[in-house]
Write a protein that binds this ligand. Structure first.
Ligand code: GAR
Length: 194
């Protein structure tokens, strides 16, 4: 059984999908032991507390150069095996990436390599897809390395764009039809691989 930590920054619907998948048995090779936010007061922390999961706030602004070390110490103290970035909007670097090489995964709301990299997060990703005029988008789960959104792809799912989509409607559909489905599956896959 792997120990999982989930990193969040906002509403936490992907975290909720992971909690639900743990309860329904889709995730059976790991358990969420902690949820860490880089911002205080976000709804994701409440979701974790309701599910009886330990929470913490480790802020990049407050920790500064110590951010990566603080996260690494937190993870090691709890014997965390896998770190899941679920709407975590701070960029990771240094010690954590070295210590947890091939053991950090991220969900990104597009089909990588489209609409990804520095500056592509949240609604901006969907607005960029609409501005370009692509007819298909989706979501990607990938390993995290030093290149933003550049690690090995684990799973992807496509979503068709409607002619009258806005960034908001598209974001919601990509979550419902892709993110909340592939993130739990990818977590189970990585945990079960050993
Ligand atoms: C999700 O759409 C996630 O894919 C995206 O932020 C949203 C967080 O929502 N992540 C990125 O854009 C990362 N580059 P949530 O807090 O409700 O899970």
């Amino acid at each position: 059984m792997k120990n999982i930590a989930v990193l969040v920054s906002g509403g936490g619907t992907n975290l909720q999908a992971l909690i639900d998948a743990q309860n329904s048995g889709i995730i059976k090779s790991g358990r969420i032991r902690a949820v860490v936010s880089n911002k205080a007061g976000v709804y994701a922390l409440e979701r974790a507390q309701k599910a009886g999961i330990e929470t913490a706030v480790i802020s990049k602004r407050e920790e500064g150069e110590n951010f990566s070390h603080a996260l690494t110490e937190f993870m090691k103290a709890r014997n965390i095996d896998l770190i899941v970035l679920a709407g975590f909007l701070a960029i990771l670097d240094g010690e954590l990436l070295r210590e947890y090489k091939n053991r950090i995964i991220n969900i990104h709301p597009s089909l990588i390599p489209s609409f990804c990299g520095d500056g592509f997060y949240g609604l901006r990703v969907h607005q960029a897809a609409l501005d370009y005029g692509v007819k298909v988008t989706g979501a990607t789960v990938h390993f995290v390395n030093e290149v933003v959104d550049g690690g090995k792809i684990i799973m992807q799912k496509a979503v068709y764009i409607d002619p009258d989509d806005t960034a908001e409607t598209l974001q919601r559909r990509v979550m419902e039809e892709a993110e909340w489905i592939i993130l739990p599956r990818a977590v189970e896959l990585v945990c079960s691989r050993g």
